[in-house]
Design a protein around this ligand. Structure first.
Ligand code: GLU
Length: 533
């Protein structure tokens, strides 16, 4: 395999670097750029389009969003698509549509514009090689021509119990095929011939790399645990590490907030920032999200446990975006007080990285459903109606907007999903075909049919049909017949809904309206007749 990239001669490369990085080694401050204003927080969500967006990724996006909004800063979306082998065609679209569905709007990113674009790494690919070459020139990185077999042989040779994973690093690099060991002319010849090569960072020996993590506090790694990190691959594309550091720097990111799985990359990044003379942004690594069955939350949880893992699962299962955001906000963060239900704005208000937990968070499906209920209660009924419309229609019902809104207002505190209106609320759209057996047994008495007929006659004459009027008629009739109100309430409920439970019977009847109620009361009297007991 031949390297496809062009080798830029040193002089040109220097000039290019000066152009691209005129301020390297100094911190950009008094440049007049608004992004440099003190306190201008700039954070980013930097997903790789390697699959459908999952809940952990969305939580990272959310925390970034909250930090940006709270600080009045900028939230960027950057697509890290340099790993062509793992690229998935519709993954980017899935990410964009998930963020849109949740209302996590970004200030800069693909489709949103911004002064630091392009925001897809594949569209920035010319920016990385000059940085890697600058490091080579300054003695902080080197060209390496080893084949995978040669590297494997080196590892095999050095492997021992004490050193199970030998590194390509300070102790071994001198024996390898690279610009540190080859005569300069030989290196140049190989480069000129387009020989396959990578650029590796020259990791210092026996050095502690320390940084402060906003979640974990002080963190330190030893360079002895690191390989001489590949910065530029043989296909000329940057590794995640190089692209990430270059882009965070060029996009003036002030704080990197990402999943814990990236913590071990941070010392490499720190070494790169130091070598380049750039200031590393603050970093915060978020705890893992664990499956209720132990282990990391995985696709298996979705397939076997019915647990929504990708955002697609959440949408398909009928969760509301407000509930999903609230639920994931609390997976790894707590506000320090009792409040659990938060709108996005309230989260912005309450959030701080300082209250993000170090320990992993466990997924709890019941809690997620509870959040869905809480947010459904809080939505305006017309919104619940709109969100249930598709499911209601799928059941073959076509209620008017007003009617569906009235139904939603009555039912929204009793359902888990907006779609439940189509099933739990089906009696609002079609007359019950049967009556709940246990309810009939318990509540339907010998006199029920006669009482319901009289109730229907009385309601027929009513000139209003609000809940209060219905109730007044029912109580007046109960008095007249010398029975308790319950003798009418329970059979009436069975008659109009087919069930012995549900929202208040008077409000329910008011929503159903006079005509439907009269028909249903009379029909139940006929079907259930003079009683089961
Ligand atoms: N592209 C990485 C990911 O897929 C980004 C990690 C980071 O935020 O630095 O998560």
């Amino acid at each position: 395999m031949r390297g496809s990239s062009i080798v830029i001669p040193a002089g040109v490369s220097n000039a290019l670097n000066a152009l691209l990085f005129p301020f390297h080694r100094t911190r950009m401050t008094a440049s007049g750029d608004p992004a440099d204003a003190p306190g201008a927080e700039r954070v980013r969500f930097a997903p790789s389009p390697t699959g459908m967006l999952h809940i952990g990724g969305l939580r990272t996006a959310l925390y970034n969003y909250l930090v940006a909004r709270k600080a009045g800063g900028a939230f960027l979306l950057r697509i890290e698509d340099t790993d062509r082998a793992r690229f998935v065609e519709d993954a980017e679209e899935d990410i964009l549509s998930a963020l849109d569905w949740c209302g996590l709007d970004y200030d800069e990113g693909p489709g949103a514009g911004g002064d630091f674009g392009p925001y897809r790494q594949s569209e920035r690919s010319d920016r990385y090689r000059p940085v890697a070459e600058r490091l080579v020139e300054e003695g902080r990185a080197y060209y390496a021509f080893d084949t995978p077999e040669e590297i494997e042989a080196m590892r095999d040779e050095n492997r021992s119990d004490a050193n199970p994973q030998p590194k390509y690093g300070p102790r071994t690099r001198r024996k390898m095929n690279n610009s540190l060991t080859l005569p300069e002319e030989e290196t140049q010849r190989l480069l000129d011939e387009g020989t396959d090569h990578v650029i590796r960072l020259k990791v210092p020996k026996d050095t502690g790399v320390k940084f402060t993590d906003e979640v974990r506090g002080s963190v330190s790694f030893s360079t002895n645990d690191l390989d001489d990190q590949v910065l530029l691959k043989s296909d000329g594309l940057p590794t995640y590490h190089l692209a990430n550091v270059v882009d965070d720097h060029q996009m003036k990111i002030t704080c990197v907030i990402r999943g814990e799985e990236w913590l071990s990359s941070t010392p490499k990044h720190k070494l790169m920032y130091d070598a380049l003379g750039w200031t590393m942004p603050r970093v915060a690594h978020l705890p893992l999200i664990m499956s209720p069955h132990g282990g990391k939350l995985s696709k298996r949880d979705a397939q076997e446990g019915g647990i929504p893992v990708s955002l697609r699962d959440y949408r398909q299962q009928g969760y509301e975006p407000e509930a999903v955001l609230n639920f994931i906000a609390l997976l790894g963060w707590n506000p320090g007080h009792e409040q659990e239900v938060f709108s996005l704005d309230e989260l912005v208000e309450a959030f701080s990285l300082g209250r993000v937990a170090q320990s992993s968070a466990q997924f709890d499906l019941d809690k997620l459903k509870w959040f869905n209920e809480q947010h459904l209660h809080r939505l305006p009924p017309e919104e619940v109606a709109a969100r249930s419309r598709e499911a209601v229609q799928a059941e073959g019902f076509t209620p008017s907007e007003d009617y569906l809104t009235d139904v939603a207002a009555l039912m929204q505190e009793r359902i888990t999903f907006a779609d439940d209106l189509a099933t739990d609320g089906a009696f609002f759209f079609e007359a019950p075909e049967e009556y709940e057996e246990a309810g009939v047994e318990k509540r339907w008495k010998d006199h029920s049919a006669a009482l319901l007929r009289a109730f229907a006659d009385r309601l027929e004459a009513a000139d209003a049909f609000d809940a209060e009027t219905v109730e007044n008629h029912l109580r007046a009739l109960a008095d007249e017949k010398d029975v308790g109100a319950g003798a009418l309430i329970h059979p009436a409920r069975l008659a109009v809904s087919g069930r012995s439970y549900g929202p208040g019977v008077f409000s329910m009847m008011a929503v159903l309206g006079q005509e439907r109620c009269l028909r249903r009361l009379r029909r139940a009297a006929e079907v259930l007749g003079e009683g089961e007991s």
